[in-house]
Design a protein around this ligand. Sequence first.
Ligand SMILES: [Zn+2]
Length: 332
Amino acid sequence: MSAPGSQGAGPYPWQREQWSMLHRSAIASRLHHATLITGAAGVGKSDFAVSVSRLLLCLKFPDVTQACGQCERCLLMEAGTHPDYTYLDWLDKASVISVDQIRKLSEKLALTATYGPYRIAIINRADTMTTAAYNSLLKTLEEPPGSCAMFLLAERDASLPATIHSRCQRLTMPVPTQDESIEWLQQRGIASPQVALEFARGAPLLAERFAADRDLAAISAIREYWRDFIFSDKSPASLATAASAQLNTRECFTLFMQWTADFAKNIEFSVASGRSPEEGARIERRFLSQTMQLLQQSLRLDNASLKTQTVLEGVLADIRIQRMRIRAENSA
Ligand SMILES: [Zn+2]
């Protein structure tokens, strides 16, 4: 999770378009008082909002396109002590943004900016505000103080009340293409980032966190074990051993689901291009879809008290039985 003011100066490569859009609005003094930034976990919403804040508060703005990092105001941001900047997130062990946090923020935003031109607030996980917090924020959104710029961050705009998101300008943070992500992760020193990206469903920052201290080659080898188990009936024992040595239970199921979904896509592609007969695909499709269901159910169970290997052995045995049942039905 991003700490206030600790990010680099500019956008990530896949955020340039959104960056120039906000930059142009700010230069033209048309920046909306509240921007709702949505996008999947791990695409860099928070870093983007922090970098924009730094730019808007930099003394060299609007003559620069990124915060200079050297002026007195940039140094205050760096130190986390800029009086016109607030970053709200969960406090301590809370898992909500409370009404007290929003009230304090609204009071601060109502004051004249110490340095100007803006008073800026970022609300991370804005979709976890309590109802009272939403109601309190609504008042500020209805009558925004002149110099305020708020950035609300959430994975989906639908997870916020309509009264809130209808008062914000929307900005969607894209998931970069696979090539863009791979290039970026490789520049960050991650040699074979594919499997980390699979785990993160394409979100590069999540992939980077996953890759830290992992043996990605060993995890890629687990993909091959999984393929052999699914398509060649290989024994589940070696798969359970290999997977539990590298991943926790949740990670195993997340990756198995991702890989199974990829297999299903490949089968559809193969049928559509005439390379596989429809009849065989029908059985495979059914097996893969039932495997997905089993994995989804297993992911929802609370397996925390069991060893990963034990959980995997149980689920893999269930998948095997399912395959035998489907085969028996089709040969009957
Ligand atoms: Zn500066």
